[in-house]
Design a binder for this molecule. Sequence first.
Ligand code: AQP
Length: 330
Amino acid sequence: MTARKKAFSGIQPTGKVHLGNLLGAIQNWVALQDAYDCTFCIVDWHAMTVDYDANELRSKVRDCAIALLASGVDPSRCTLFVQSEVPEHTELAWYLMTCAPVSRLELQAQYKDKSAQHADNLNAGLLTYPVLQAADILAHRADVVPVGEDQKQHLELARELARKFNLRFGQVFPEPETLLTPAKRIVGTDGKAKMSKSKDNTLDILATPDELWQRLRSAVTDEQRLRRADPGRPEVCNVFAWHQMLTDAPQVASVESGCRTAQIGCMDCKKILHQSLLRLLDPIRERAQALYAEPEKVDAILREGAAKARRSAKATLALAREKCGFGPAA
Ligand code: AQP
């Protein structure tokens, strides 16, 4: 029997898990669990690159784990762990750092965005973040990385670092491939930017039905549709884009024609979307509630996951260390 290919991906515990995370990445993680040997990581070291409250981090990590488990990440079919429990990731990041040209890091779009957003905290971690991300992936010698489109550039860097390391020291790492979902970039409630934990533009997957409705009702639609009687343009409306991902096809068609002919208004359209969202999120929220009642179970899952992840990363690091000339010769 041939070994299954390895998949690895991560999520930052920087805020509440949102629809962009779910449709852009987590649904893909869940779908890959049987075909791939999957490892999923809550990347708390990455969360340090911006200001954060250390007293809240542990509970944010647990919230994130609960959202993942409730969404279908299944610890009996994958490894789920917290990055800071596996120090080998930082050791590998150091080796990879020596392969990463500074000029290349400075060109990363996310670095440019984040350094503008956090001009008062321009730390070296922001610049070297994609190297630690490459180490996360390569420490488990992943073949594929299911992520949203915003991570594509970082993944190209991870491939390049794997290639450079292999050329310089000898073959250790596969070049990981990026796996995108059809919903590779979900736009936020502002109708403009990528839905993102660090922006106030999310639909959180564990929000109550009422909280979701409050977010939806103020979501930006076609800005040229000023009055109820104006015909709308679904092709420029972000709420319609969400319908295309969440609502069944006949209803999408009826929303589309209703909007174009002004038979329905934006609020009608949002009410239909609210129902579609609840169909997707109600079962996730219910499973999450059950997990919140058993925090020790969640902690045990993360503990077991960390033990498995440490074994995998240790094996890779033993090889990498030896190739780099450290430790006793094999
Ligand atoms: N809007 C999105 N559409 C599609 N995929 C997305 N992902 C994130 N946002 C979208 C994917 O989700 C995975 C986890 O990414 P993350 O933890 O970096 O998510 P975030 O919400 O983007 O996090 P932050 O903390 O708010 O960071 P910033 O503000 O820098 O984006 C990844 O696979 C990601 O592609």
